[in-house]
Design a protein around this ligand. Structure first.
Ligand SMILES: NC(=O)C1=CN([C@@H]2O[C@H](COP(=O)(O)OP(=O)(O)OC[C@H]3O[C@@H](n4cnc5c(N)ncnc54)[C@H](O)[C@@H]3O)[C@@H](O)[C@H]2O)[C@@H](O)CC1
Ligand SMILES: [K+]
Length: 498
């Protein structure tokens, strides 16, 4: 598991380490500077002419220490100090005195051009960035971005919010970022992840207290431990029963993807409930599935009740269309079922018309909106959701007491109690393809059917889905891969990592 932190958490950890543990601030800074230098030396780049661009906060303090270490290695280095010197932190004052003692060349005027340097070190702002950048700082960042030099950012690319990954006015486009102590959310969330370039983590002696992480991602080594264990003595009932309510007249793809993914993830039985017109194609495509059908203009409520009683977990919504039938099925389901329900796609679009439906359900609910669906659920626009992924998912989870899987390049998962937020880092752009979301609902249902702990069901499913997508991309390439390739590569991932 990889712990991710907000700016506020990082500031608390810094303060704790300095004030309670007793490590000197200058010691941490020295370790930060040494770690950055080590990373730089490990890159195959020219280190002949280097400029270090610093502000007067402690991120600048790190930069000043780096400039001094470079000077002591006889590298041609110039230190550019930008901003208001009266705002210098105590550490910056000390670092500047040390740098002067070692005759580091210092410039306090804005350069027009930095293209004469091989490497630029960005130490303008770290986790202390608190508002949009303008004036001299903005001019400096434009000059850095136009230089053509290799750019290494210290802790954060200056201009990227450590909490949201959003650009505050303007931001440094780094080739590499050395994250000090922990990765900040903004290095993982987009567009910050793109601005950061390659992210290297540096241990500088700051350790969070071991209480549960507020934000985390999974790593490949987590999968074996998290996937549900399979009993040797088993029958098809042992691995759970998934009900997939999906598809609309002559639109059977979503039901197929979801049901097949549930089977490929290991569930024992999958039953598809779909309009009558889809029966023949689905029974040909997926003979392993049980199939029951309905006439969209006349839902047989007693048949639906029977299926609800049969299932351990229910998927509802993929490919159903926003229709009276979807509305009727969802309403009955939420009123009757007490097992976990996964609501996706048109199930969410119908839900957005009447969110009080959620109040009726007694069991756990998982919603899997993409940005557009989330915008409808929260009655806002996609831009607002995209720039505040974590806050949007948290708001919905808390308000409606559901697990929210907000799907984006970095899918964010929040739970009703909002104890910990999961941010997914597996997957690739080849997964932005029709059917990929249906596959995810099937994986999630498949794992729940097999008894995975409900607290980790969503993160494990999303992580697994992404890894299978990465395997599919390796084989077919990101351009060509299909949702069905994600399903086909589930087996590689589940055998490789377990
Ligand atoms: N002693 C410590 O606390 C340590 C701090 N470290 C470094 O210090 C950084 C955090 O230092 P700080 O908290 O001093 O913060 P920063 O150095 O990130 O910057 C904060 C300063 O910038 C100003 N500011 C914020 N947004 C601005 C904007 N848009 N335009 C102009 N000025 C703006 C603030 O008022 C403040 O003066 C970390 O990212 C890390 O690089 C590390 O050296 C480890 C130890
Ligand atoms: K920086």
């Amino acid at each position: 598991m990889e712990r991710l932190v907000t700016a506020h958490e990082m500031q608390q950890f810094d303060a704790y380490t300095i004030n309670k543990v007793g490590l000197l601030s200058l010691v941490l800074m020295e370790r930060a500077a040494l770690a950055c230098l080590t990373q730089l030396e490990q890159q195959s780049i020219n280190l002949r002419h280097v400029a270090v661009c610093c502000g007067y906060g402690n991120n600048g303090g790190d930069g000043i220490a780096i400039a001094r270490l470079l000077k002591l290695r006889n590298i041609d280095v110039t230190l550019y100090l930008i901003g208001d010197p009266t705002r210098s932190t105590a550490e910056v004052v000390k670092q500047l005195n040390i740098a002067k003692a070692y005759h580091v060349p210092i410039m306090t005027t804005l350069p027009n051009d930095l293209s004469q340097y091989d490497v630029l070190i960005d130490a303008l702002f770290g986790v202390g960035l608190s508002r949009d950048i303008d004036g001299d700082f903005a001019a400096m960042i434009h000059t850095i971005n136009q230089s053509g030099a290799f750019v290494m950012s210290v802790d954060m690319p200056s201009g990227i919010s450590a909490d949201t990954g959003q650009i505050l006015g303007v931001a440094v486009k780094a080739d590499m970022t050395v994250a000090l102590a922990y990765k900040k959310l903004g290095l993982v969330l987009y567009p910050g992840a793109q601005y950061a370039g390659k992210v290297m983590l540096a241990d500088i002696g700051i350790y969070a207290n071991p209480s549960q992480a507020s934000y985390y991602s999974y790593l490949p080594c987590d999968l074996a431990e998290k996937l549900p264990k399979r009993a040797d003595y088993a029958n098809k009932g042992t691995f759970g029963k998934v009900l997939v309510i999906a598809g609309s007249n002559h639109m059977s793809g979503a039901a197929y993807f979801s049901a097949k993914a549930a089977y490929r993830t290991g569930s024992g039985l999958v039953h598809i409930y779909t309009p009558h017109a889809n029966r023949d194609i689905l029974s040909t495509q997926l003979p392993e599935a049980l199939i029951s059908t309905y006439q969209p203009d006349h839902i047989d409520t007693s048949k639906l009740s029977e299926l609800i009683q049969w299932a351990n977990v229910i998927v509802v919504g993929p490919g159903m269309g926003v229709s009276a039938a979807t509305q009727q099925i969802l309403t009955q389901l939420l009123a009757m079922a007490d097992q976990p329900i996964i609501i996706d796609a048109d199930g969410l679009n119908v839900l957005a018309q009447d969110l009080t439906l959620l109040d009726k359900h007694r069991g756990p609910i998982f919603v899997t909106p993409h940005l557009g669906e989330m915008a409808r659920l929260l009655n806002t626009n996609i831009k607002g959701i995209a720039s505040h992924l974590v806050a949007s998912a948290m708001q919905f989870s808390q308000h409606h007491q559901v697990t929210c899987i907000l799907k984006d390049t970095r899918t964010v998962i929040t739970s009703a109690d909002n104890c910990a937020v999961y941010i997914n880092q597996s997957g690739n752009n080849g997964m932005a393809t029709g059917g990929s979301g249906d596959v995810l609902t099937g994986i999630l249902a498949g794992l729940i059917a097999q008894g995975i702990d409900l607290d980790i069901a969503a993160p494990v499913s999303v992580y697994l889905h992404g890894l299978a997508g990465d395997h599919a991309a390796k084989k077919h390439g990101q351009y060509a891969m299909l949702a069905s390739d994600i399903i086909e590569h589930l087996s590689d991932v589940m055998t490789q990592y377990t």
